[in-house]
Design a protein. Sequence first.
Length: 81
Amino acid sequence: MTVQVNITPNGRMSLPADMRKRLGLAEGGAVYLDETPDGVVLRTAAQAVARAQALAKQFTGGNPDASVDAFLARRREDSGE
């Protein structure tokens, strides 16, 4: 769905009420903007978390024991530190 949103002279935009309701956005809620080569993607906090979890799963192979500390420990072992 494409919706035109106008920008006010002070740089503010308003999302239509029906879209805010569908997305579960309340007054004062946060949204996240990602600038991509194709344009701007707006995500709710829940969508941003789900995307981060999917990326983490992709890079850890789904290993629940993967952590930064474990990664660094393996690197130290591999380098003989």
